[in-house]
Design a binder for this molecule. Structure first.
Ligand code: NAD
Length: 300
């Protein structure tokens, strides 16, 4: 049994910590949001009132935070992880953040004598709940191997990616492809219905044909087809439009830095931006289907 400090108990951190508790670990969790803390406590996480309490005496600390700015605040801020943890504690950031922030965290952690890996995940909240996430882990090989042992109860796949920040690089490229697939699925779903196809018949075909994708099988944006889809719950978030926009913007800025034209990603980013501008950034990202079928007003 290990002692695990965990910061960020939201849509992903909540079910991920539940799997660590089930595996027999002691998990001390901290979140700024009291409702997230209560939900984690109900799943067996020990709720604590500060980062300092979460990391004290921990074998490993995980962070699962929205963006680079939050991760920087949690690691580098006053009373943050680097100021509070013992240097023997392994640090694992599983948030999806920009490469520049990830580099800063690697450098600051190493400078303070810590081992740190970037270990973002793919698989959504359904994968988090099932313990089948894919982890992509960048950093020094020994630290990656040690992190993998703690990650195991949460993961279906654990893939070392190489040097520091390459986990984030893999995640950014993967999510760009996911959101392009999601937009294509939304357009296909609406067009199929308008051509008179039964929604289930079309899904049955596409899911075993060349139109298949993870987005289609997990986030199909039409109610009553896929149990894990936010469409079943009026687009209550499993992955917010705000976070999807963050991720696709990470790809766009990486594209600019590497002189890579990302024309389709740029178009999909505008769809998320339209939801956000409509005040719907906290809805699920699959709500972009409402821009295709023209019923976005129903979500307000
Ligand atoms: P979320 O917004 O549901 O959860 C983030 C949590 O962090 C919130 O509960 C928030 O209160 C907490 N937090 C923010 N700042 C904090 C601070 N300073 N101290 C303590 N807690 C703080 O987000 P999520 O959906 O769980 O996503 C977390 C990360 O995982 C993001 O980077 C996201 O891109 C990535 N991700 C999400 C999914 C998904 O399907 N939701 C899938 C893969 C990766």
């Amino acid at each position: 049994m290990a002692v695990i400090g965990w910061i960020g108990l939201g849509n992903m951190g909540g079910p991920m910590t539940a799997n660590l508790v089930k595996a027999g670990h002691e998990v001390r969790g901290f979140d700024l949001n009291p409702a997230a803390l209560d939900a984690a406590a109900a799943a067996g996480v020990k709720p604590v009132a500060s980062i300092g309490e979460a990391v004290e005496g921990a074998d490993v600390v995980f962070t699962m935070l929205p963006k680079g700015e939050h991760a920087q605040a949690v690691y580098l801020g006053e009373g943050g992880v680097l100021a509070s943890a013992q240097t023997s504690t392994l640090l694992v950031d599983s948030s999806t953040i920009d490469i520049e922030s990830a580099r800063k965290l690697h450098e600051a952690a190493a400078g303070a004598g810590f081992r740190f890996v970037d270990a973002p995940v793919s698989g959504g909240i359904s994968g988090a709940a099932a313990g089948t996430l894919t982890f992509m882990i960048g950093g020094e090989a020994g630290a990656v191997a040690d992190a993998s042992r703690y990650i195991e109860p949460m993961a279906g796949n654990i893939i070392p990616t190489g040097a520091a920040t390459t986990g984030q690089a893999a995640k950014i490229c993967n999510n760009m492809m996911l959101f392009i697939n999601l937009a294509a699925t939304a357009e296909g779903a609406v067009l199929a219905e308008r051509l008179g196809l039964d929604k289930k018949v079309f899904w049955d075909i596409a899911s075993v044909s060349s139109g298949d994708s993870w987005a289609l099988r997990t986030w199909y944006p039409v109610a009553g087809i896929v149990p894990t889809a936010a469409a079943n719950n009026n687009f209550a978030p499993t992955f917010t439009a705000e976070l999807a926009n963050k991720d696709i913007n990470l790809a766009m800025s990486a594209g600019r830095e590497t002189d890579t034209p990302l024309e389709i990603a740029s178009h999909v980013q505008q769809l998320f931006q339209r939801l956000i501008d409509d005040g719907l950034g906290a809805k699920d990202c699959s709500a972009i289907v409402k821009l295709v079928d023209g019923t976005v007003d129903e979500l307000r």
